[in-house]
Structure formats: C-alpha cells, structure tokens
Design a protein. Sequence first.
Length: 202
Amino acid sequence: MDIVVKGRHTEISERFRQHVADKLAKVEKLDSKVISVDVECAKERNPRQADQSERVELTIYSRGPIVRAEASAQDCYAALDVAVAKLEARLRKATDRRKVHYGKKTPVSVAAATAALDDELQRAGASAAADTGSADAPDDTGSALVIREKLHAATPMDLDQALYEMELVGHDFYLFVDATTSAPSVVYRRHAYDYGVIRLAV
C-alpha cells in the first residue's frame, strides 16, 4: 500500500510522515484491496479558527469504491486521529454490508428502504431540479466565483450502489449516472435516516 503525504500551506515533518504510516497500518487489514492512500494536510491561516486550524483529509484508492474521511483540530496529530477513526468506521461498515445476515438481525436493504423514493419523485415532478440558487458569492463583475472544480469518471450505477458510495465518502450527497435511465442523478441524505433523489430529465 502506497501512502502519499502532501501539505497545503504547511510543512510536513518526517516525524508526522512516520506517524501517518503507523496509523494507517490497520487500514490494509480492514480492506485488502487498498492500492494507495492520499493524505492531504492543510493549515487554516485565520486566527479565529485556531482550534480547527489543522485539517487532514484521507482518500483511499482501491479496486473498489473510493473511501474518504477528513477532520480538523488544533494540531495535525489530533486531526489525523479523528480522520483515521472515521475512515476505519466507514471501512468496517462497508465490510459488514458485504456480509450476509440471516434471521431477526437481517437489516433492511437500502433498495427496500428507498423504494418509496420513486413515488415521491413522480409526485414532485421536475420542481426539485428547478432550484437554481447558488452558494457561490458573485465577484465584482457580477458572475459566480468558482472555488473548486473536480472532474470524475461516471460509471453508471443503481440507486443502492450510489447510496453505498455516498456513505463511503462521507458526504451528504452523491452525484451519479443512473444505470436504468442513464439520467444524471443526485442522491442525498434527508432528516434522520431518510434519503432523497434528484434526477435530471435529459
């Protein structure tokens, strides 16, 4: 397993690199398909956020889905500990999901839990996709300011797989291409343990 440690607005000490390698040694035991782990450390310059000034982001690349976790703390060691704990929890959850459960402890599948979503989408129509509000602040010219842009390969998948991958990256939403309809879609977390889906009509 390759571990790549990089810093943004901060220097990475050799001692911290060794600490990262020690902490991530367990990851390979939880997922034998891991190829590499990217560790990105960033420092927040704003003195008002001194208690959350160090941020650590972990990204696992494997023969399966990408798994991510991030955390902020007063120092990089504490942030790493929290991020690794989140990463291990997500890997354990993924491992448990692959196991077959029998009897009374059989969990409700994600597909069964989200079966009512299609009915809800039909009632909602296209209004859910019509929200065009933007959180980006306009610049002096009046146009939106793009902070960060990412390009991802879109492998078509079903709703169950999209929810699974959303949980692995730890986001509240996940953009995917629906394997059945070929429509660009977003699955998102609602209140409690409910999920929602927005699909674009193309």
